[in-house]
Design a binder for this molecule. Sequence first.
Ligand SMILES: [Ca+2]
Length: 157
Amino acid sequence: MVIWQFSEVLPMDIPCCCKITNTICDGSRYFEVNTDEVDWTTANASCEERGGKLAKLDTETSNTYVANYIKYNNLDDEVRGGFWIGLNDIDNEGTFSWLDGSVLEAGVYNNWGGGEPNNKSDRQHCVHLWKKRAFQWYDAYCTSNKGYICEYNALCE
Ligand SMILES: [Ca+2]
């Protein structure tokens, strides 16, 4: 499979210091798309093993970069449902936070799909980019197996 670097797909308007193969650079951090399908906790543990965490896609730029990267590289071909990100309301139903502890406040950027989050069956506490819905945010059962997006600090020289 050919993996296109993001800069080959869309012009990079953000200076980037990391040049790590098969990742998406966004300023001082970079994202990695994983197509093996695991539950949310396992996904985050996998990111942590490599020094990162599930991604904080808190800007339109980061969401667009990641979604376009997935689409242009057809990384969703073998992934049935979508891709986990770090957003969750595991600790406090209805209050979504990222893994750095920051709460998704009303009025700040979000990428929720229509009617989301809906906490279906009172059991949806983890957020993914849903393949069938243009990679917008949808809450889901944390035990579902999905691909996942890790985030790492850029290794700047
Ligand atoms: Ca919930």
